[in-house]
Design a protein around this ligand. Structure first.
Ligand code: G3P
Ligand code: MG
Length: 250
């Protein structure tokens, strides 16, 4: 008889609950908590004055009422911008968050914090060390998964902090994605959902890697990923993913 494994898939809110609130803001992160996400994913950059801030793009053009590259703006300049109104007037006044501000708000919660280092196309020299310092200040070394498409950043972090959990992001479709992991110890492969199937998940598990896939927003795909026993679904709609998982469990 085939062994039936328990469902352990984690639901990770992509840029917070970004389907229903402005991405990477406090509103989206609070909503993710309310919706029962098991974790939150967000993206980080460095400002002109060396602060770590949470934003997806390397510029503020799309998600604020300002313009310009983050690395050319100081934290004070960024804090004057509105990161909520572009999404809906009800979110007017949402401010960009620093990594430290995120930790202040959410360090106490028992969930996974997935920090994605955006180190391309803009290169942020020293961002890995700065992240590690923040993690130590808040005692969150064990609670995070740090991921990046820029694998050199993961290697640098592994040298600074050998025990930190690392997720290798891949957006294209290599035949053997695990072959991208070399030179450091990773916890997971974080592939685009387009090239995830049962076989890939099983192969990764056999090699000791977890699989966190993104961005899975569609009902049928969420169900499929859970049935394939993916370790984490990174989604804009954590409440939807929770309800599908609950249905499968009960
Ligand atoms: O970490 C998963 C996902 O966020 C990667 O893509 O572009 O949404 O940051 P992106
Ligand atoms: Mg991301």
């Amino acid at each position: 008889m085939k062994e039936v494994k328990p469902i352990t898939t984690q639901i990770i809110a992509h840029r917070g609950a970004s389907g229903v609130a402005p991405e990477n803001t406090l509103a989206a992160f609070r909503r993710a908590v309310q919706e029962g996400a098991d974790g939150i994913e967000f993206d980080v950059h460095l400002t002109k004055d060396g602060e770590i801030v949470i934003c997806h793009d390397e510029t503020v053009d799309r998600t604020s009422n300002g313009m310009g590259y983050i690395y050319q703006l100081t934290l004070e300049e960024l804090k004057r911008l509105d990161f909520g109104s572009w999404f809906s007037p009800e979110y007017e006044g949402e401010k960009i968050l620093t990594l430290g501000e995120f930790f202040e708000q959410f360090a106490e919660y028992d969930f996974l914090i997935n920090i994605e280092i955006k180190n391309s196309p803009i290169f942020y020299d020293g961002i890995e060390q700065k992240i590690w310092e923040q993690l130590q200040i808040y005692g969150l070394q064990e609670k995070v998964l740090v991921s990046s498409f820029y694998h050199r950043s993961l290697q640098i972090l592994s040298q600074i902090a050998p025990s930190i959990s690392l997720g290798v992001l891949c957006g294209c479709g290599p035949l053997e994605p695990w072959s991208m992991i070399s030179g450091f110890q990773a916890r997971s492969l974080n592939p685009n959902r387009f090239f995830v199937d049962r076989e890939l998940i099983e192969q990764c598990h056999q090699m000791g890697y977890q699989v966190f896939t993104w961005t899975v927003n569609n009902k049928a795909e969420i169900k499929q990923m859970i049935e394939w026993q993916v370790d984490g679904i990174i989604t804009n709609y954590p409440a939807l993913a929770r309800s599908i998982r609950d249905e499968l469990i009960n």
